[in-house]
Design a protein around this ligand. Structure first.
Ligand code: PEP
Ligand code: MN
Length: 475
């Protein structure tokens, strides 16, 4: 590691999307407190994820990165967390079945609070107020937009509480295949599509029944090649968020010895003496957003020094040479399992950019996992003024990605989705994205639009995507 890097070296660089606090001493007090609190995740979990992302790079596993655009403190409830994890498990089960590959699950959860904004201010009614920057910065209420450092501390505790519940669920049989969530297909409007989906559900259910009949409990089958860890009853699950608030990330950056069971995965370790690294212990995986990835900026400086596997959002403005320089900075030793490129060009732009990016990365020799975020390049405003996305466009970008990778001798290693299994009191899914097998219309968008950030696919629309990916790989 470059000796000039340390957990606060980012401070000497320009900070994109900076938050201004009126009371700097108050901020310092809060950060000092956070710096004394225990890690939220552990180095050995982080190392295990690196190991599994190396499997994704070798086409031996599929990465599912999914969750809300932004979590809110109020949404930290038993029901919401259960529905989120349930959807991620159902989605991954269909992929495992179709692709015959283990799925590495990384939730946008337990810390995904801060949001980058295209504008510092927004207009509400006649007044101009500071934009909402996420629950760990300010409030959604227009009267509560002054950044408050205490929110960072609250974010720590909400993250820890959320992850505690996720861990509890996953070690208490919730993930057991004996109790999969009802995969009802009643919402599928087209009879031919419904038949197609029914075949998939039948195939998967048959496989599970067969395993039980011959006396194998499918919930106890280790499913990871090589790792030997993780069963379908006790699944591995990882957390992630955009590493936007660098003060917070720095306060949770801790130096540890690389856990001995995993140090062999570190390409540089060739001696018996213990090697230490800086781990960001706020989440297993962090990503750099499309608005904060400037080469000489603070975010890239911070990210280059942490041991965690990282994601980089790659949008249509990313230049070929810029991408390679970025990889050289954050992964100079070309370590496997370290970098995941999350492409998000938009359905109309993917054809112009993806192949070029794949080729230049292949030429550079950088090991990366490629995953497709078909959400962020495809946002539009409905005629009724709601921010939305069309299911068909999301599928278009995903399908293009699959094909372009194949054509370039590469392979799509996973997807990054904004979806939610959340239900309202009457048990209905949210209505934030158009289309899908339920054929949601513009008129229906307002019915249960709950996101205060980007629109998410609901339970049914998400499973539509899972069915399509499963089918693609099954061919
Ligand atoms: C996001 O993932 O919510 C996001 C803001 O993405 P991007 O940085 O790609 O715009
Ligand atoms: Mn988003």
């Amino acid at each position: 590691m470059d000796p000039r890097w340390h957990p606060s070296s980012w401070k000497s660089r320009p900070v994109a999307q900076a938050v201004t606090y009126s009371d700097q001493q108050h901020l310092e007090r809060v950060l000092s407190k956070i710096a004394t609190l225990p890690p939220i995740v552990t180095p050995s979990e982080i190392e295990r994820l690196r190991h599994q992302l190396a499997q994704v790079q070798r086409n031996e596993a599929f990465l599912l990165h999914a969750g809300d655009c932004a979590e809110s403190f109020d949404a930290c409830t038993h029901e919401n967390i259960t529905h989120k994890i349930g959807l991620i498990l159902s989605f991954s089960l269909f992929i495992i079945w179709g692709a015959r590959l283990p799925v590495i699950r990384v939730g946008r959860i337990a810390g995904q609070y801060a949001k980058p904004r295209s504008s510092k201010y927004e207009k509400i009614g006649d007044s101009q107020v500071l934009s909402f920057r996420g629950d760990n910065v300010n409030g959604l209420d227009p009267d509560d937009r002054t950044p408050d450092p205490e929110r960072l501390l609250r974010a720590y505790f909400y993250s820890a509480t959320t992850l505690n519940h996720v861990r509890a669920l996953l070690t208490s049989g919730f993930a057991s295949l004996h109790h999969p969530r009802d995969w009802s297909l009643a919402h599928v409007r087209s009879p031919s599509l419904r038949r197609k989906f029914e075949k998939i559900v039948e195939g998967l259910s048959d496989a599970l029944d067969f395993s039980r009949t011959i006396g194998v409990d499918p919930s106890s089958i280790p499913y990871e090649k090589g790792g030997g860890r993780g069963t379908l009853a006790e699944v591995d699950f990882y957390t992630s968020h955009e590493g936007l608030m660098l003060d917070y990330e720095e306060a949770l950056t801790r130096e540890f010895t690389i856990p001995s069971s995993t140090s062999s995965t570190n390409s540089n370790s060739n001696s018996a003496e213990a090697e230490t690294k800086h781990y960001n212990t706020s989440a297993h995986f962090l990503w750099i957003g499309d608005r904060t990835r400037s080469l000489d900026g603070a975010h890239v400086e911070y990210f280059r020094g942490i041991r965690n596997p990282i994601g980089i959002k790659v949008g249509p403005t990313m230049q070929d040479d810029e991408l390679i320089r970025l990889l050289d900075i954050v992964n100079p030793d070309k370590e496997v399992g370290k970098v995941t490129l999350i492409t998000r060009y938009g359905a109309t732009k993917v054809e112009n950019h993806l192949a070029g990016h794949i080729k230049i990365v292949q030429k550079s020799g950088h090991p990366v996992a490629w995953i497709c975020d078909p959400m962020h390049g495809n946002t539009l405003t409905s005629s009724t003024g709601l921010k939305t996305r069309h299911f068909g466009t999301i599928i278009d970008e995903l399908t293009s990605c699959l094909k372009i990778h194949e054509k370039c001798g590469s392979r799509l290693g996973g997807v990054s989705m904004e979806f939610t299994g959340e239900l309202n009191e009457e048990g209905f899914s949210v209505t934030e994205c158009l289309g899908g097998s339920m054929e949601l219309t513009e008129e229906e968008l307002g019915l249960r639009y709950q996101s205060f950030c980007d629109p998410r696919l609901n339970f049914e629309q998400s499973l539509d995507v899972a069915f399509l990916i499963s089918n693609y790989f099954k061919k």
